[in-house]
Design a protein around this ligand. Structure first.
Ligand SMILES: [Zn+2]
Ligand SMILES: [Zn+2]
Length: 350
């Protein structure tokens, strides 16, 4: 993509490419903030600010973002964007078999918005997914007890369902599937009302607490969640973190090892109850580890190759999971997000 874009779109494209390249989130956020400032200005005020060279007087616009705005406004591709596009073009392409596997995917079943701990509005996530050629994404913001991630109360989730319904009318035939990344409580129950879980298209159930529990307890907890009729996908099953992770305001989460549990028991329960095992594509997760992924293939599990994207550029991370799926011999027909939205919804409802 090298056609000139309007200023706000150019800034968002820069943010997308920075995210995809795993640049620090504050750098990405600067461009997205500037895009929002430009949106709020309106075209006349933007003209005036550029003419009077007062763009960088605005809160949220600095020298780099300001220069990109001026160039985009003049109908040029900003230098900053051109450099990023060039770098993106020279990335090592996926191996042929991995690219072929990726090409079967029609959507993504684990995506966050700024309603919980994601960085962007639902619409921007959906538009980025459309840009990648997806037919659908499941919006899976966090559940209430994950307060550090601004988990959604039942009331907020109800409101989100209305917002999604409106967006879907506008974005059709693309579809935002309603969903949740639901915490698995220590007793194995799911952290949202039964009534609401029953109304959602996709329920990803994940362990986010007490990750160091001993194996028997963790196994029991996961078995209960996998057997729950509302659960469709078991999210990042080991909870491992391979590298430190930025948590905003300069806080960092340290790497952590896999949780221990009886993987054979959990995966056979997944087969029995029709719960897909997630292949989480986040570079700091890459969960399950290859040895467990192979075990799940042998057990006969179904899979969801999910980015767990918290920002639009991260929606492009599915290649990470596809690479691992190919390495472990995952049959693509067992990947539920290679199915059409209709087939997928029939499966989640079943
Ligand atoms: Zn999670
Ligand atoms: Zn998540």
């Amino acid at each position: 993509m090298s056609d000139p874009l309007p200023p706000a779109a150019a800034l968002r494209r820069i943010a997308f490419l920075l995210e995809r390249a795993r640049e620090p989130t504050h750098r990405v956020a600067a461009f997205r903030t500037a895009a929002a400032v430009v949106d709020a200005l309106g075209p006349e005020e933007l003209d005036r600010r550029i003419r009077t060279r007062t763009l960088t007087d605005l809160r949220g616009i600095g020298p780099k973002t300001g220069a990109a705005i001026v160039q985009a406004h003049a109908g040029e591709v900003p230098d900053y964007l051109a450099r990023l596009e060039e770098a993106a073009g020279s990335l090592v392409p996926l191996a042929d078999d991995v690219a072929a596997f990726c090409s079967h995917l029609r959507g993504d079943l684990h995506v966050h918005s700024d309603w919980s701990d994601g960085g962007s509005p639902i619409r921007e996530m959906a538009e980025a997914a459309i840009g990648l050629g997806h037919d659908y994404v499941a919006l899976t913001d966090h559940s209430p007890r994950l307060t550090v991630a601004n988990g959604l109360s039942a009331a907020r989730l109800e409101r989100q369902l209305d917002v999604v319904a409106e967006l879907n009318e506008e974005l059709a035939p693309f579809r935002i599937l309603t969903g949740i990344e639901c915490d698995i409580d220590t007793d194995g129950s799911l952290d949202q009302t039964d009534e609401l879980l029953g109304r959602l298209d996709v329920v990803v159930a994940s362990v986010h607490s007490d990750l160091r529990a001993e194996s028997a307890a963790m196994t029991g907890r996961m078995l209960a969640a996998v057997a729950n009729p509302h659960t469709d996908v078991l999210g990042h099953c080991t909870g491992r973190l391979l590298v430190p992770r930025e948590q905003g305001e300069g806080r960092r989460q340290r790497p952590r090892p896999e949780s221990t549990f009886d993987a054979e028991a959990v995966f056979s329960a997944c087969v029995e109850h029709g719960t897909a095992v997630e292949i989480n594509c986040r570079p700091e997760r890459l969960d399950p580890p290859l040895r467990l992924l192979s075990l799940a293939v042998d057990a006969g599990c179904e899979f969801a190759v999910d980015t767990d994207a918290h920002a639009p550029g991260q929606l492009d991370w599915q290649g990470n999971g596809c690479e691992r799926a190919v390495e472990c011999g995952v049959p693509v027909e067992r990947v539920v997000n290679s199915w059409t939205a209709g087939e997928l919804l029939e499966w989640t409802a079943g």
